[in-house]
Design a protein around this ligand. Structure first.
Ligand SMILES: NC(=O)c1ccc[n+]([C@@H]2O[C@H](COP(=O)([O-])OP(=O)(O)OC[C@H]3O[C@@H](n4cnc5c(N)ncnc54)[C@H](OP(=O)(O)O)[C@@H]3O)[C@@H](O)[C@H]2O)c1
Length: 286
């Protein structure tokens, strides 16, 4: 149900609605959010770093739940602008959590909270951030988890089509290939990619079931960056996709986790569908 329907259904805010995951949460509301009026929120409504406008909007609209997808979500942007990352990802999240103290709120976090030395992480494993992005996500999580009504969802690399066409990793790859660039991918760095449409569906499931606390939400297959790129290239057979396999041994740059694969059995036990193996999902073009 969208925000224009007049009904007695409760209102759910979706922040970051112009982003990849927020956009798909809104798009997938049909069939998943029938008991909600869905309110997509963007910078037009308030800036996440502007506590005053956020409060005014919250008190005006009085939502009954929040799915908080808005964030400074790219690691390089957070490294370049750490103050902004703090204001949006930490202060903005804390302020929203305070406003939403008496209603359910789901906060999107990341597998990047782990240092990647071990892989196969459970929700109970200790975090250890290697980047400012990860630091801000951990701080955000800590505020959220203080409230038993609130939920943290740590997801992995999300594949999909964003409303602006340039947000997801696959859109960035296709744009670079379209510009004739050759891309390098590590054969020894691992994640558990997931289609963002599946992440969105899981978020609705968790909200509808009133699930609380911390969940890992990712694909059920651990893949290297190189394997992930192969999946994307194969899904777009018409494009020229020049690529090179590389080892992390040749990498010189800010620290990056080697293996942030995550186990999702906690959330899987709540779902009426299986979290997909990414390579199989990508090969299925039906
Ligand atoms: N995508 C992934 O692979 C992935 C993986 C792990 C975790 N996550 C987490 O999942 C969440 C959603 O990610 P995403 O990929 O959908 O991110 P995204 O595509 O970058 O979208 C971020 C959203 O936040 C909004 N936003 C950013 N700064 C804002 C501000 N100051 N005020 C108001 N809105 C602001 C953006 O608005 P504009 O369009 O106006 O900039 C956009 O709507 C984030 O918390 C991210 O860290 C994502």
């Amino acid at each position: 149900m969208n925000e224009t329907n007049s009904s007695s259904c409760p209102l759910v805010w979706v922040t970051g609605a112009t982003g990849l995951i927020g956009g798909l949460v809104v798009q997938s509301s049909a069939g998943n959010a029938d008991r909600w009026i869905v309110r997509p929120l963007t910078r037009r409504h308030f800036d996440l770093s502007d506590a005053g406008s956020m409060s005014a909007c919250f008190h005006r609209e009085r939502p009954s739940a929040v799915i908080h997808c808005g964030a400074l979500s790219k690691t390089p942007d957070c490294e370049r602008e750490p103050d902004m990352a703090q204001r949006i990802n930490v202060d903005g999240t804390r302020h929203l959590a305070e406003l939403a103290a008496e209603i359910p709120l789901i906060f999107l976090s990341s597998d990047m909270v782990f240092d990647g030395r071990k892989g196969g992480y459970l929700e109970t494993d200790p975090v250890n951030p290697l980047s400012i992005y990860a630091e801000t996500k951990i701080e955000g999580e800590q505020y959220i988890l203080k409230n038993p009504l609130h939920t943290v969802v740590r997801t992995s690399l999300n594949y999909g089509a964003s409303p602006t066409g340039n947000r997801s990793f696959n859109e960035e790859m296709l744009a670079a290939w379209g510009a004739g660039k050759t891309l390098s991918f590590f054969i020894d760095e691992f994640r558990c990619p997931i289609p963002a449409v599946v992440t969105a569906r899981v978020l609705w499931q968790l909200l509808n079931q009133g699930a609380r606390r911390l969940y890992h939400v990712a694909g059920s297959e651990r893949l290297s960056r190189w394997d992930i790129a192969e999946c994307v290239a194969r899904r777009h057979p018409g494009i020229v996709a020049p690529r090179k396999a590389e080892s992390r041994a040749s990498y010189q740059g800010p620290p990056r986790p080697a293996d942030t694969s995550i186990h999702c059995s906690r959330v899987q036990a709540l779902l009426p569908f299986s979290l997909p193996r990414f390579s199989e999902w990508m090969a299925d073009v039906s």
